[in-house]
Design a protein around this ligand. Structure first.
Ligand SMILES: [Fe+2]
Length: 216
């Protein structure tokens, strides 16, 4: 990997950590040394080159997830797994065809089938490095729903690992509040109302309540 690109993405990560009161920096900076043989920056750089919106979305998901984790009193190791897991949750999109990833119209059934596979592709991609299982499970299970209506495995409630339940809430909130090529964004107020409405259905109610507290 080019030295210059490593420096660039590191700079951007740092900027993001700092613009949020140092929260991400504080949580994830520690793990740069301890958690990985080498930080997974090449993968994030590839993601940025393929679809910069996905990388920006991942940064925000990580930040929201860290806020939730703090409210839930997770320990330090779990917090670093959560922060990095949020950042890497959609890394499987590297394996999704570009035209599907950036399609302006709604995906047809076949395309949606391919899109869904980003969960398992992420899990497999993260197998090639030395990633803790907790991080890999975030990639694999972040589209499961608390009520069992998610994908790929229709897991329910506590069958879904906690960190994946946390990232699901952070992911949904960010998806609702961001404009994407196929939809306009909702207001923060609307998105929060939707999270509350789906608390105990699509989302783990304890996670939703921690998220609401983290925003205060
Ligand atoms: Fe995803």
């Amino acid at each position: 990997m080019r030295e210059e690109s490593v420096a660039r993405i590191l700079g951007e990560l740092r900027e993001n950590f700092e613009s949020h009161g140092g929260m991400m920096k504080e949580t994830m900076g520690r793990s740069m040394k301890g958690m990985f043989a080498a930080p997974p920056l090449p993968m994030l750089e590839e993601l940025k080159e393929k679809n910069v919106e996905t990388l920006e979305h991942s940064l925000r998901v990580s930040r929201f997830a860290i806020g939730i984790g703090r409210e839930m009193g997770l320990n330090e190791t779990t917090m670093t797994q959560l922060g990095w897991g949020g950042l890497l949750h959609d890394v499987g999109k590297l394996s999704v065809a570009q035209q599907i990833l950036t399609k302006a119209e709604r995906l047809d059934a076949e395309e949606f089938g391919e899109m869904k596979r980003h969960t398992i592709m992420g899990y497999e991609l993260l197998n090639s490095g030395e990633y803790p299982n907790e991080i890999r499970e975030i990639a694999l299970f972040h589209h499961e729903r608390f009520d069992g209506n998610g994908y790929l495995y229709q897991l329910k409630g506590a069958e879904i690992p906690l960190l994946a339940r946390i990232c699901a809430v952070a992911d949904a909130y960010d998806a609702m509040t961001s404009a994407r090529c196929y939809k306009e964004e909702r207001t923060e107020q609307d998105a929060l109302a939707e999270l509350k409405r789906c608390s105990g259905g699509q989302f783990d109610p304890e996670v939703v309540s921690a998220f609401l507290k983290s925003l205060q």
